[in-house]
Ligand binder design. Structure first.
Ligand SMILES: [Zn+2]
Length: 166
């Protein structure tokens, strides 16, 4: 929150409190004024107070919107900086996200392939069919030696390996 925003929000608080007090004063004053014709002055005070409360509400919303816009721009800058850093720097550290996709660029012999001991198919680490299961990573050859075949969802179109099925 900048100094300007803080000033505006304090001004809004002041205007809002003053407006609320004016409305209360108008209510108390007009209810203790027995002559109807003289209640009009209190009515004017009440209208002014209502304007004050309304103006304060607008100021609060406006400063809130400014704060959100500033924070959004700040976060967008951070995100863009992070994306640029990720593109230029680290390579293999975050490959699980790619493995969850179509997987065209995945290493066919990589240790990214997972399965449990009782599974019929082996999967990429990010496959939703393996999600939440106590899978162990292993090489493709190990999986095929255990009699497993590639998952039709996450490994569709990849070669089953150098050896054919027995
Ligand atoms: Zn799978």
């Amino acid at each position: 929150m900048t100094a300007e925003t803080r000033l505006v929000s304090r001004l809004a608080l002041l205007v809002g409190v003053a407006g609320g007090l004016a409305v209360l004063a108008a209510w108390a004053g007009s209810s203790s004024t027995p002559v109807v014709g003289r209640q009009a002055a209190w009515g004017a005070v009440g209208v002014a107070g209502t304007f004050g409360v309304t103006a304060a509400s607008f100021l609060w919303v406006a400063t809130g919107r400014q704060a959100v816009a500033r924070r959004t721009a700040e976060l967008r800058g951070l995100i863009l900086a992070g994306v640029a850093q990720a593109r230029s720097g680290a390579g293999p550290a975050d490959h699980t996200g790619e493995a969850a996709g179509s997987g065209a660029g995945a290493d066919p012999a990589g240790a990214d392939l997972v399965a449990t001991a009782t599974m019929v198919h082996y999967h990429r680490a990010g496959c939703r069919l393996a999600a939440g299961k106590p899978v162990e990573p292993a090489g493709r050859a190990d999986h095929e030696q255990a009699g497993r075949t590639p998952c039709g969802v996450c490994l569709e179109g990849t070669s089953p390996g150098p050896r054919d099925e027995p």
